[in-house]
Ligand binder design. Structure first.
Ligand code: RIB
Length: 297
């Protein structure tokens, strides 16, 4: 069984601020940090640090070579990473406030230059029983889902960031959804409470496993193993960027290595708490050992 993550790679420009900029306002940031990021890259690193063997497919421009190095250092196989000559690497302008919350502007760049031909070439190396991870920051996702399904791959979708492109995917081909409340509401297209939301997701996607993340309220699983709830570990928030990606990578790496839903949810919850307590996207994703020893008694 092989794991392929076909996803974004971004250069994250993180501006520390007292508050997010308002309409018509000009503010000054006294701190700019540049980190490796992108939901795809972050999830590959989390999968790998949690013990998974991951192939990352995606695209960068000439300015993003360091992102390949970051993936390699984390043990991710980058043989399917494409280098575009005439497109810049995707980037994210991230405002981080004093509470550690963020808001993000994305520029797709090379992430949006993925073509059907590139997808065919990558997918030809994978088949029956292999797992595909997708988020919503690259082009041609509906096509990638169709082709991966034809090849007998199992598909995990983190529909983030949520937008109308997600509804163009054949969602009946998704084996596992990992999503937050906003994304879940957009998928069921109804404004209901948490319990009803999970029921509606199960009704709409009866074949799929669902993990709904609820921020400080933890997470809940619904699927073949019934229902499982997981608390969130409380930490002082430094930077929430990539906490969700860390959760996704750790949860799925655990499941694919034979952990029960409860064990995998607990590891994912610990790992994302650690990520929240550190700066940056990729640099905040903990190694498995650190997660095993958290929280320190
Ligand atoms: O999920 C966090 C990521 O979202 C950041 O690293 C940024 O690049 C955006 O893609």
């Amino acid at each position: 069984m092989k794991i392929l993550n076909f996803g974004s790679l971004n250069i994250d420009y993180v501006y520390s601020l007292n508050h997010f900029v308002q309409k018509g306002e000009t503010i000054t940031s006294d701190k700019l940090n540049v980190f490796a990021g992108g939901k795809g890259l972050n999830q590959s690193i989390a999968l790998s640090r949690a013990g998974g063997n991951v192939y990352h497919a995606g695209a960068i421009g000439a300015d993003g070579v360091f992102l390949e190095e970051v993936l390699n250092e984390a043990g991710v196989d980058t043989r399917f990473l494409m280098k575009c000559e005439d497109v810049r690497t995707g980037n994210a302008i991230i405002q981080k406030d004093r509470g550690g919350d963020n808001c993000i502007i994305l520029y797709g760049g090379a992430n949006q230059a993925i073509t059907k031909e590139m997808a065919d070439e990558v997918l030809s190396a994978f088949g029956e029983g292999d797992w595909l991870f997708l988020q919503n920051e690259i082009s041609e996702i509906p096509y990638i889902v169709e082709k991966a399904h034809e090849r007998g791959m199992r598909i995990v979708l983190n529909p983030s960031p949520m937008n109308e492109k997600i509804l163009r995917i054949n969602l009946n081909y998704i084996d596992c959804f990992i999503l937050n409340e906003v994304e879940a509401h957009a998928l069921v297209q109804e404004d209901v409470d948490k319990a009803a939301l999970l029921n509606q997701l199960k009704e709409r996607f009866p074949h799929a496993e669902i993990v709904l993340t609820l921020g400080e309220k933890g997470s809940v699983y619904a699927g073949a193993e019934g229902i499982a709830e997981q608390k969130a570990y409380q930490v002082a928030t430094v930077d929430t960027t990539a906490a969700g990606d860390t959760f996704t990578g750790y949860y799925m790496a655990g499941r694919l290595q034979g952990e029960s839903v409860k064990e995998a949810l607990d590891m994912a919850s610990r790992a994302s708490a650690i990520a929240v307590s550190k700066k940056g996207a990729a640099p905040s994703i903990p190694k498995r050992d650190e997660v095993l020893h958290f929280p320190a008694e």
